[in-house]
Design a protein around this ligand. Structure first.
Ligand SMILES: [Zn+2]
Ligand SMILES: [Zn+2]
Length: 211
């Protein structure tokens, strides 16, 4: 599997393009806000000759869904997210106002909901949805057991965990999600985070022994 990472928008959000030798691709958290960021994604898809199959959201905070409308318009692929975050789909302007940043970007409806335990296939990759509420109600992680990687959104970071002070956040739920759903994965699992550097489950378990 190839994982191409981009860092987009004023929130320095990590957007991931993943695909295998079949060229079927998945984008996790399309944060491409500005035309030049959207162009970077478009050029990469062209260059690698990918066929976009899924646009998946770990959650629907604005920085993770800025690019959804662009991808829907350009590739005809509608984004998918957990129903618990549905209220935040098409809500970019209000979220931006809450952060005091001026953005003008089209909203995009969801093409479908993701549920805990759901398995999605792209090429030969099987992607498992793990519901991890706490940072937001509908927060999910995308686990690919065959590749030993998990895309954790803003649930778990390198030497840190997600904030829970935004609407829908809940600290006890977040701790529970990390402990019961992520820290049970093999230690060597690589964690690709929504912001900052990647880490591993083992490293975060030793950094957070109290969890
Ligand atoms: Zn977030
Ligand atoms: Zn974020």
């Amino acid at each position: 599997m190839t994982i191409k990472e981009f860092v987009f928008n004023p929130f320095m959000e990590n957007t991931y393009v993943l695909y295998d030798e079949t060229g079927e691709a998945v984008i996790v958290d399309a944060g491409c806000l500005y035309p030049e960021e959207q162009e970077q994604i478009r050029q990469y898809i062209d260059y690698a000759q990918l066929k976009l199959k899924y646009v998946l959201n770990t959650h629907l905070h604005l920085d993770h869904q800025f690019g959804n409308a662009f991808l829907a318009r350009t590739y005809g692929v509608m984004p998918m997210a957990h129903e618990g975050d549905a209220v935040m789909a098409g809500d970019i302007a209000r979220q931006a106002a809450a952060f005091g940043i001026p953005v003008h970007v089209e909203d995009c409806a969801l093409g479908g909901f993701l549920s805990d335990g759901q398995k999605l296939r792209a090429g030969n990759l099987e992607i498992e949805v793990i519901h991890t509420p706490g940072h937001s109600k509908g927060g999910v992680c995308f686990y690919i057991p065959s590749e030993k990687v998990v895309f954790a959104g803003d649930t778990l970071f390198q030497n840190s965990i997600g904030r829970t002070d935004l609407p829908g956040g809940n600290h006890a739920e977040l701790i529970n999600s990390i402990r019961k759903r992520l820290f049970v994965l093999p230690d060597e699992t690589i964690v690709h985070t929504g912001h900052g550097e990647s880490t591993t489950i083992g490293d975060e378990k030793s950094y957070n022994p109290y969890l």
